[in-house]
Design a protein around this ligand. Structure first.
Ligand SMILES: [Mn+2]
Length: 359
């Protein structure tokens, strides 16, 4: 099993790549849309600002063939592998998620992006097929020793203002954050499955040609509905329904242990066992939490409800040889909270992988 690190956009630079390599990381997952940082704090929350994770720009050069090649060269130049990209930009696929008038044009663009990703030698594209996105979490001293972390406490769910999807703004002209006159209407479960099915049946053949594996992240927080929009994978059984929509090894999952352990009625070990045995896990997000929806908070990797050593043993036993990255983590109180929290998680995971592989 390989140790990876997920880097948000503003961290994709030589200095952070060297930090990763020094910590024993061999593989990078590049998270491209948005900055995911507010007021200098390297933690993702979305409830405190009506703009969610910010504005998604359509004409971002990183998505062109040259931009992807440059990104790959930057990572390779520091002695690391670029394992995966995470998440299409809402500006590129809002009408795929919303079934809007620009759907066909946006699907054609997504297919072009997938071909360019393949040409750049990047093997995996992580995505999350959701209208409401990651939303509703609060920040607080929820983790061990009062470390700053995020939690979910069943907040009221206002409808999504028009011009927003995936908790990002794609049309600032239409977007009215406070008293929207237009909102994204309720979307039911069967309709969302129909949209995902249409998406997969079109992109999986392109992914097969391009040699790029699509990896779906489960819905986080995993509730049946969020802000009026149905969610797809809020129970581990639903991963199988995703695979059945377009049977192909390229139709895979970004297995987020934290999100799965937040799911009501889920046995995280059974889910890890089932999907790693089936060979459908593209890569793993390792994060620990305490509680389940609608009340949970994130904890340090060695301190939540999930026995991470047991998760790693199951993955190893089933022959999983892919990349494992820490997900977001509580921030350690110090001058460099993000770096310290990642170094802590990476060191723990590296030691755990070594122990598990030695048997
Ligand atoms: Mn995750």
């Amino acid at each position: 099993m390989k140790l990876g690190l997920g880097l948000y956009r503003q961290l994709l630079n030589r200095e952070t790549l060297r930090f990763a390599r020094q910590a024993g990381v061999t593989h990078i997952v590049a998270h491209l849309p948005g900055l995911f940082v507010r007021e200098g704090s390297k933690i993702i929350t979305s409830d405190q600002a009506a703009y969610g994770f910010g504005v998604s720009e359509a004409d971002d050069p990183i998505w062109a063939a040259e931009g992807l090649g440059d990104l790959k060269a930057l990572v390779t130049g520091e002695g690391l592998e670029l394992e995966a990209l995470e998440n299409f930009a809402p500006a590129h696929w809002h009408d795929v998620l919303l079934d809007g008038p620009r759907r066909a044009e946006q699907m054609a663009h997504l297919k072009r992006i997938l071909r360019d990703i393949g040409r750049a030698g990047i093997r995996t594209m992580g995505y999350s097929f959701t209208i409401a996105g990651v939303w509703g979490r609060t920040e607080g001293p929820f983790a061990r020793g009062g470390a700053l972390s995020v939690g979910f406490q069943n907040p009221p769910q206002p409808p999504i203002p028009a011009g927003m999807v995936w908790n990002m703004v794609y049309d600032p002209a239409r977007f009215e954050p406070n008293h929207p006159t237009e909102t994204v209407g309720p979307v039911g479960s069967e309709e969302m499955w129909r949209r995902l099915g249409g998406f997969l049946r079109e992109v999986i053949p392109v992914a097969e040609e391009a040699g790029v594996r699509l990896a779906l992240h489960p819905d986080d927080p995993p509730l049946p509905t969020l802000r009026g929009a149905a969610r797809l994978v809020y129970h581990p059984d639903s991963f199988q329904r995703v695979f059945d929509l377009a049977p192909s090894p390229m139709n895979a999952v970004e297995f987020c242990v934290g999100t799965v352990s937040e799911m009501v009625g889920a046995d995280v070990y059974e889910a890890v066992d089932r999907y790693s045995k089936a060979g459908r896990i593209a890569y793993v997000h390792l994060r620990n939490v305490r509680g389940k929806v609608p009340h949970y908070h994130e904890t340090f990797i060695d301190d939540g409800d999930t026995d991470m050593l047991r998760v790693l043993r199951i993955l190893h036993r089933n022959g999983f040889d892919g990349v494992i990255i820490p997900d977001h983590a509580p921030l350690l109180d110090c001058a460099a909270p993000w770096h310290a929290s990642m170094a802590h998680a990476l060191g723990w995971i590296r030691a755990a992988i070594t122990a598990v592989e030695r048997g």
